[in-house]
Every structure is written in C-alpha cells, then in structure tokens.
Ligand binder design. Structure first.
Ligand SMILES: [Zn+2]
Length: 452
C-alpha cells in the first residue's frame, strides 16, 4: 500500500489523497484550496495521469473536498466517482455553482478559471452513488465501505481493504451528537484498519454546546433589533444555512423572536440544498424527523429571496436578519449587504462558522477599522460577534472518541491531516501520550509519500 498526500496536509483545505492498493490507483477527494496562500495549488496538475486513476471516491460535498473534481473531466477522466447518494445530489449543485463562480471570475476579475460549466456537467455525470455501510467491491482484491461521518448530510469516512491491509480516511468528522443529521454508529467498529488518515481541525478545542450557541445567537439578534439595526449571518450553503433557518423558525414559532423580525434566506444555492435536505429525511436524527416544515417555508416572517434585484435592497429593510453566503465572506451576496451595513454601528455581523486564513471573514475577526470589498475601502463600525457552537466538525473529545472506535491491535500508523500545523501538533501530543511508541503518528506535508 502506498499513499501520497496532495492537499489538506499541514493546511486545512484542498483535501486529496492518492492511494495505491493491490495495483489500483484510488483518488480520495479532490478539493479546492481556499486559504489565500495556497490558491496556486488549485492550478497544479495531479501527480498522476488521469488515465492511470482507476477510481475516485468522494467523502462529502464541501468545496474543499469536491471542488477540483471537474479538472479530472478536463483531463479526460472517464471513470466513476463513488460517493453516498446524498453526496451525489449535493455535489451536483455545488459543482454547478462553482463552475459559474469560475466563469464570473474570468469575466469580472480576469482570473484564470479552473474549469467551466461543461467540465462540471461531465463530472456530475460520473458521480456514482453507492449504498452506505455496505461493502462494495472495487476489484477482486479491493473492497470499499462508506461509513457515516456525522459531519453534513451524506458525509462518510472511506474504509478500503485488500486481503492483507486496510486503511480508513476519516473525511471530515462531525460531532458525536449532531444537531440535524443522524450521528455516528455508537458501536465499536467491525473495521480494524492498519492505517488511519484523520482530520484534526479542532484537535485542540472543545466546542460550546449547540444550546448555548443558539441562545447567544438569539440574544444577539434581539439586542441588534433593540438598537434599530439589522443582522447579517454569513453561512455555508450546506447544513449551516439549514440549521440557522431551523433555529430561527423555532424562535419565531415559540415567540423567542418578536413578530416584527423578518428573516431573509438570501441564497438560491442554500434553497436548493434545503430541498435536498428535505428529500433525505431518512438521514435526519430521530427528533428532527418528527418536525413538520423544519426550515420555515410556510412561516409568515420567513422570506426566501431568489432574484438579485430583491437581494440588493434587503439592507434597507428594518428588523431584518439576512442569512447569505459565502460562509467565509470571500464572495457571494453577503458582500453586498456587508458593503451597505459595515458602517452602521447599530447593525451586527454574526460569524457562525470556520474562517480560513486569508479570507475576508478571517480578517474581520481581527476587528480592523476598515475592510476592502472589491478594492473599495469601507469603514467597519458594526458589531461583530463570533459563535462557534454550531460547528459541524468534531472537537478534541469527539476526535478521540472516533479514534477509539477504530483503535485495535491492527493499528500501526496515524496521519493527521486537514488542520493548521500548531493544532495538529497539539493533537499529536495527546495521541503520543495515549499510544506511546506503539503507533507511529505523523503530520505529513503536501507531496509526502509513504509505502507500507
Ligand atoms: Zn466538510
């Protein structure tokens, strides 16, 4: 078995790993780099000819895991891209949207596009949904199993084995008790991998609870409204958007938000994703399944904005909560709202998700006096709040819980990926204490290759 680390190695985004097992070349994820210092990696070629890739496996539909897949079609890859059924539906929307952004970047900013809509359509036709939790034969020697990862709808870990060796790629892991979707299978795993490649994004953090985060969010909205300001919540279109809609729907129904508060879901992509969430009730947790109309599509104060024209005027409304993408403020409709409201000290920007280094969201959290949006300098006077209890990622305890599930006498190597180096180092220290010298733990660099 041979593994090569292509992305999300000593950095967070650009997940991509090449595995050679029983003479099969398997690509796991092909995600977009989103940190500003890594953008040039998006233009690099894979270290393998696409004709030599036997199969691609996708863990989930976040852009930093699937965003470069259309480059495979550009290079004539015609094989399958295996993933869970929900990931297939979500990925089709994400890649269509991403291709449009690439084309707009060329048209408006003269940025060289990574691919176009044609490439994305070809890639979408290669997405091959397979059942989760069932062994799937890639060849006579190699078997694959997708195992739910509790992160977002459809997200899975990837377990691969041949007659003598086995490896699990965690993909992005969620919390032991997630909010909307079903959690992990709580049993000790039947799979006992020799090698684990695991994410460690929050390897040094304990998240606050969802309940505490919800209270903070509602409190901040109430405070902002009492000052006469508006609220902006930048969200990722997958899951965070639906979670916030659900939370605010509940608050409107229960009277925790006053009747004059108007909620604007200003994301056509978020709306399409919400429809996909609605069609996968079997993957929601037991309590959530019982809720009728969880995202508030029939609630009077809930508005789903589709047209650009309507979106442009939202900042003029009063008592408005605007939920829009992108989640890290590096594009999308949220920028227009921020441009209009940044100077209003009565309004609020509430950050509810991870902000990668180099994004506008990351800069804003340093509370600068001015920000730049499309090279225009804008004074930043509004109230800025960060709430991290909504994270769809495992925290330190969740990661240790997951690792325990796959630890056995078979385990020989652990690779920590998908985190900033200092975080990976502090998580590694915990693991060294736990396992001693029995298991080799590494934090690989991009380009590093290991044979077993
Ligand atoms: Zn993810």
């Amino acid at each position: 078995m041979e593994i090569r680390f292509i992305g999300a190695s000593k950095n967070v985004t650009g997940s991509c790993y090449l595995l050679k097992i029983a003479n099969k070349n398997i690509l796991i994820d092909y995600g977009m780099f989103q940190e500003i210092n890594y953008m040039d990696h998006n233009y690099k070629k894979l270290p393998i000819d696409t004709n030599d890739i036997d199969i691609v496996i996708l863990t989930h539909a976040h852009l930093d895991h699937c965003g470069l897949l259309p480059k495979l079609s550009q290079d004539n890859y015609k094989g399958q891209i295996l993933c869970s059924p929900a990931t297939s539906s979500l990925c089709a929307e994400i890649l269509t949207d991403s291709a449009k952004i690439q084309e707009n970047n060329l048209y408006f900013k003269n940025i060289q596009p990574l691919y176009n809509t044609k490439d994305a359509i070809k890639t979408i036709s290669l997405l091959t949904p397979i059942a989760v939790n069932k062994p799937y034969k890639i060849s006579n020697e190699v078997t694959l199993k997708l195992i739910p990862a509790s992160h977002i709808l459809g997200a899975t870990s990837v377990y691969i084995q041949d007659h003598s060796e086995s490896i699990i790629f965690s993909g992005d892991l969620g919390r032991v008790t997630p909010n909307i979707i079903k959690g992990f299978d709580k049993q000790i795993s039947e799979e006992k991998p020799n090698v684990i490649v695991m994410e460690s994004l929050y390897g040094n953090t304990i998240h606050e609870s969802y309940e505490s985060a919800s209270k903070k969010l509602l409190n901040s909205i109430v405070q902002t409204m009492s000052r006469g300001g508006n609220v902006m919540i930048p969200v990722f279109s997958i899951q965070r958007h639906q979670e916030i809609l659900h939370l605010l729907t509940n608050a409107l129904k229960s009277g925790n938000l006053k009747k004059n508060v108007q909620i604007f879901s200003d994301s056509p992509l978020g709306y399409k994703i919400m429809r996909i969430y609605e069609s996968h009730t079997d993957e929601m947790n037991y309590e959530f399944k019982k809720i009728h109309n969880p995202y508030g599509t029939n609630v009077q104060n809930m508005h789903f904005v589709h047209s650009n024209n309507k979106s442009m005027g939202l900042y003029k409304k009063s008592n408005a909560v605007i939920i829009a993408g992108s989640g890290m403020l590096n594009g999308g409709r949220i920028l227009n709202h921020l441009r209009k409201l940044a100077g209003d000290k009565n309004s609020s920007l509430i950050i509810v998700g991870f902000q990668a280094e180099g994004t506008l969201g990351y800069e804003i959290l340093k509370h600068p006096k001015t920000i730049k949006i499309n090279s225009e300098s804008i004074p930043l006077k509004l109230n800025i709040e960060e709430i991290y209890g909504f994270s769809a990622h495992a925290d330190k305890n969740d990661l240790l819980w997951w690792l325990e599930k796959y630890s056995s006498e078979n385990l020989k190597r652990i690779f920590l990926v998908h985190s900033e180096v200092d975080v990976a180092n502090s998580f590694k220290e915990i693991l060294v204490d736990k396992f001693g010298n029995n298991i080799k733990i590494s934090i690989p660099d991009i380009g590093e290759q290991h044979s077993f």
